[in-house]
Each structure stands twice: as structure tokens, then as C-alpha cells.
Ligand binder design. Structure first.
Ligand code: SF4
Length: 309
């Protein structure tokens, strides 16, 4: 089972496509300690712990606290996705010592980062994003966001990051927007080109293969919110879905759990609930685009899998 800690709703960026409801709401040591008790009491099978935000590295102390104090009986792996600008050598050493998998979420080349990655206050840190990618390329995975606009340069942008010595890629097409037929055709073309490149050089990994979710794009698992409530989806991070928090809440860390949240029927019903909410919030053409993006991405992943085996 995946556990996701939402450490903060704040971020030092205001990326153009980001729909996280940003405000200064942070987790507390009380909630974290109580979450440990909650997990032990319920004897969950936990294998992955992920740190989400906002920007999780705004709360490095909480990350260290959780990793240093998480109940020892669990043999877990830790995951952080960050915009990379708050990483430093100290934290990287801590990450290496504690087996934390770090993913930098970046927007391709310098110009694309400059265009999309707007800082909350003042300057643009796009050069720092590229520099950090270069410095830490051996130790991190890269989430590459693909929007319809930058998909035109998808392959060129991929090789730009590859030339910084990155070898672990998660390709992330923008979900829940409308992709036209032409954009989808381009995307397919560039996926093919990347697959050909892979067959030729065989020296990078496709991280998408590790990231399956029953709901496109959104993560499922036990989500510990900053305010102690528990959800089964990170959809609640979005400003668009914050109004559904009451419906999506499953419990909180301060109370005894009185039903099995790992039960398959419960999970299936919950996924159906999320699907109905998505149907209310997005028009049909957007949901059809999601299906096409999934299809293209799945085919792309399957080609990799077949080649690897
Ligand atoms: S860095 Fe991530 S959380 Fe922050 S604004 Fe950009 S996409 Fe959103």
C-alpha cells in the first residue's frame, strides 16, 4: 500500500499548468506522530511512502523527521517529487543514506522552463533547475511534463535532458485538458522516435513502468492531509476538487478506524466515486483526450516492456 504525506500546500513556484490549491497550510509534528500510531494500530501493509505538496522540500525537516522516526517494523521505500530548486548537497546526502528516490519535475529545455515555471515571488529559477539536473543527473529521475505546445519539440527536448546525463525518465503528458487530433498524432510520432532511440542505445530507463494508477494521473493510497484527515486520492490537492473533500474523506489519524480501508469492495466504490466526480468536472472531450493519452502512453510502455524482456 502507498502512503502519501501532504507536507504543505505551499510552493515557491506558480507553474502555468499547475492546479494545486496553493496556500500556507502545513503538516505538524502532532499529525505525523499520530499517523505513526494510526499505521501501527491498523497493521497496514505499507511499501511506499511518498512526500507531496506543493513543494515538499519546503518542509525538509518534516521529511527527515518522518524518515528517522517511521515505525521500524515497516520496510518501506521513500519517494519525493520536487521542482529541484530547494535541493542541496546536505539533503542529497541524507537521501542517499536513506534510500530516498528523488524525482525532479522539469519542463524540458531552458526556454520551456522559463515560459512555464513562474516563481511565486520574483526571479525565474529556470537556470537553477537545469543546473541542478546536470549536477544530480546520476541520482535522480526526471518527470518530463509534455503539454500540447511543447510536444512539437518533444524529441529535441528529450535529447536536451538526455545530454545532461539523465538516464531515468518519466514522461508525463498533460492530463485533463483537451488534446486535438493533430497534437495526439504528434505525440505518437515522438513516442515512436524515443522508442527507436531506446532500441538503438538501450541506456535509459522508463520510469512510467513503475507508476500505474487505476485513476489516470492521480495517485491512490492513504493520503495524510496537513490537517490530519485521510483520503484515498491526491485529487484533493487541486483547487478544482477541494469542494469534494468532505465526500472524499475516509477517516482521520486521531480516531480508531472502524472499517477496512484496504478492502477491495471499498476501494472499487471509492474509485467509482472519483470517476463520477471527474465526469461532473470535465467535459466529454477532455475525458476522451484522457483515454487517448492513456492509450498512447500504455502502448509506448508496452513496447519498452517487450523490448526489455
Ligand atoms: S513546482 Fe509543482 S507544485 Fe509548484 S507550482 Fe509548479 S507544478 Fe505546482
Amino acid at each position: 500500500m502507498n502512503i502519501i504525506y501532504i507536507l504543505t500546500y505551499d510552493c515557491n513556484f506558480r507553474c502555468k499548468y499547475c492546479d494545486v490549491y496553493k496556500h500556507n497550510n502545513n503538516i505538524s509534528i502532532d499529525v505525523i506522530n499520530q499517523s505513526f500510531i494510526f499505521f501501527e494500530r491498523n497493521n497496514f501493509l505499507i511499501n511506499k511512502i511518498k512526500f507531496f505538496g506543493g513543494e515538499p522540500l519546503l518542509k525538509k525537516d518534516f521529511i527527515k523527521f518522518i524518515i528517522n522516526n517511521f515505525p521500524k517494523k515497516y520496510n518501506t521505500n521513500f519517494y519525493i517529487t520536487t521542482n529541484s530548486t530547494l535541493i542541496d548537497n546536505d539533503f542529497m546526502i541524507f537521501a542517499r543514506e536513506n534510500n530516498i528516490e528523488i524525482t525532479f519535475s522539469i519542463d524540458w529545455d531552458l526556454d520551456t522552463n522559463r515560459e512555464n515555471r513562474i516563481l511565486a515571488h520574483g526571479d525565474n529559477l529556470s537556470e537553477q533547475i537545469i543546473n541542478n539536473t546536470k549536477i544530480y543527473s546520476n541520482f535522480v529521475k526526471i518527470n518530463q511534463v509534455i503539454t500540447p505546445k511543447n510536444s512539437i519539440n518533444f524529441f529535441k527536448n528529450f535529447t536536451y535532458i538526455y545530454d545532461l546525463w539523465v538516464r531515468k525518465f518519466n514522461f508525463l503528458p498533460a492530463y485533463y485538458i483537451k488534446w486535438t487530433k493533430n497534437w495526439l498524432v504528434n505525440l505518437k510520432k515522438w513516442f515512436d522516435e524515443i522508442y527507436d532511440f531506446y532500441k538503438k542505445w538501450n541506456d535509459f530507463e522508463l520510469i512510467n513502468l513503475e507508476n500505474y494508477s487505476d485513476i489516470s494521473f492521480f495517485n491512490l493510497g492513504i493520503i495524510i492531509d496537513t490537517d490530519w484527515n485521510i483520503y484515498w486520492t491526491n485529487l484533493i490537492l487541486s483547487w478544482k476538487f477541494k469542494k469534494y473533500k468532505k465526500d472524499l474523506k475516509i477517516w482521520d489519524v486521531f480516531n480508531w478506524l472502524i472499517f477496512d480501508i484496504q478492502n477491495n469492495v471499498f476501494i472499487k466504490d471509492y474509485i467509482n466515486k472519483i470517476s463520477s466526480i471527474l465526469e461532473i468536472e470535465y467535459n466529454k472531450s477532455v475525458l476522451v483526450s484522457v483515454k487517448y493519452i492513456d492509450l498512447l502512453l500504455n502502448n509506448f510502455c508496452n513496447e519498452f516492456k517487450t523490448h526489455r524482456n
